[in-house]
Design a protein around this ligand. Structure first.
Ligand SMILES: Nc1ncnc2c1ncn2[C@@H]1O[C@H](COP(=O)(O)OP(=O)(O)OP(=O)(O)O)[C@@H](O)[C@H]1O
Ligand SMILES: [Mg+2]
Length: 332
């Protein structure tokens, strides 16, 4: 069994939409996104609203069809699966949503919802289903009585535990968590995050953890990818990226985050300047219009993802000076 579970390369996705002038236009939501995820590892994805995080999540779980790029899951091409293999992929990669209320059937008890998930993939003989439901409730630390209740009977945090239990019911290898704590109170957020960390350690889960909250991503992730307008602009170990960010966008995000350093209040606005339209992207670096270090070539030629060191890379020309030539990615 290899460690590498998921390998996404050069993923692109455009949406046909109307521009400000009312004309039909192509909106580039993903522009060549690549990342890897190992068993038992958490990759955090951060970025402002509209940077393409959910589009990435939905492409990976095959809820939407990307235009280009490849998704390899456990050695197989996940874009070309059919029949039993497709069903196994759907079982092994589970999405957990921000609002479990909208993904839980209000007329089904927790027991019925979990039994349904177990039944779809025939994971247990009928006689063993109740035992498995008890085990799942234990895993997410809900009382056994929860089985006979309906989604409306629970608080937001408890509902998210049910959402996680339902994802775990099918024994996945990988969770795709898209803003799963964003709607919850701070103290409840911490409980859910700690639960995820515990579950990961017990079940060796790979987690793609998407959030606009840098503090949470730093806490939960082994590695991070910072997204900006459909691209990953910086990637590396979570501690390194947050302690020593190399891309001016990551630097601005961190400088503006009030909660990363409790001794300091966020004074700056998130990132100054206008976010370019994803329909009409600039010719050069997409961050150039907001970047305090902008240089002439940034306006005409987009930088490639350049290696900072063996594990880190940033899509910025400033990185070039810092990296030994052998580590630099060749420009396309
Ligand atoms: N179905 C769609 N049709 C047209 N445009 C879309 C569609 N889905 C997403 N987009 C656009 O694609 C871009 C990326 O959206 P996405 O939802 O992936 O961003 P996000 O990073 O998840 O944002 P948020 O933090 O607000 O959830 C946005 O400009 C969005 O308006
Ligand atoms: Mg989103």
């Amino acid at each position: 069994m290899t460690k590498r579970l998921l390998e996404v390369a050069d993923l692109t996705k455009g949406f046909v939409t109307r521009g400000a002038d009312g004309r039909i236009a192509q909106l580039k939501a993903l522009r060549g996104v690549s990342f890897t995820l190992d068993r038992g590892e958490t990759l955090g994805i951060v970025g402002e609203s509209g940077s393409g995080k959910s589009t990435l999540a939905r492409s990976v779980v095959r809820l939407i069809e990307p235009d280009g790029g490849s998704i390899r899951f456990d050695g197989t091409d996940a874009r070309r699966l059919s029949g039993r293999e497709r069903s196994q992929f759907n079982r092994r990669v589970q999405m957990v949503f921000q609002d479990p209320y909208s993904s839980l059937n209000p007329r089904m008890t927790v027991r019925a919802a979990l039994a349904e998930a177990i039944g779809v993939h025939r994971l247990r003989p009928p006689a063993a289903v109740d035992g498995r439901i008890a085990e799942l409730l234990d895993l997410v630390q809900l009382p056994q009585e929860a089985a006979e209740r309906y989604p409306r009977d629970f608080s937001g945090g408890q509902r998210q535990r049910i959402g996680i239990a339902r994802a775990l019911a099918v024994e996945p290898d990988c969770l795709i968590a898209d803003e799963i704590v964003s709607a919850l109170d701070l103290s409840i957020q911490a409980q859910i995050i700690n639960l995820l960390l515990e579950l990961q350690a017990r079940l060796d889960l790979a987690i793609l953890f998407i959030s606009h909250d840098l503090r949470i991503v730093r806490h939960i992730s082994h590695r991070v990818g910072v997204m900006y307008l459909g691209e990953i602009v910086e990637t590396g170990g979570a501690e390194q990226v947050f302690a020593d960010p190399r891309h001016p966008y990551t630097q601005a995000l961190i400088a503006a985050a009030p909660t990363l350093d409790p001794g300091r209040r966020g004074r700056q606005e998130a990132v100054h300047g206008e976010l370019p339209s994803p329909i009409d992207l600039p010719a050069g670096c997409s961050f150039a219009s907001r970047c305090v270090h902008v240089m002439e070539r940034c306006l005409t030629m987009p930088p490639a993802l350049l290696s900072v060191d063996r594990t880190r890379a940033a899509r910025c020309y400033l990185t070039e000076n810092a990296a030994p030539p052998a580590l630099r990615e060749k420009s396309p």
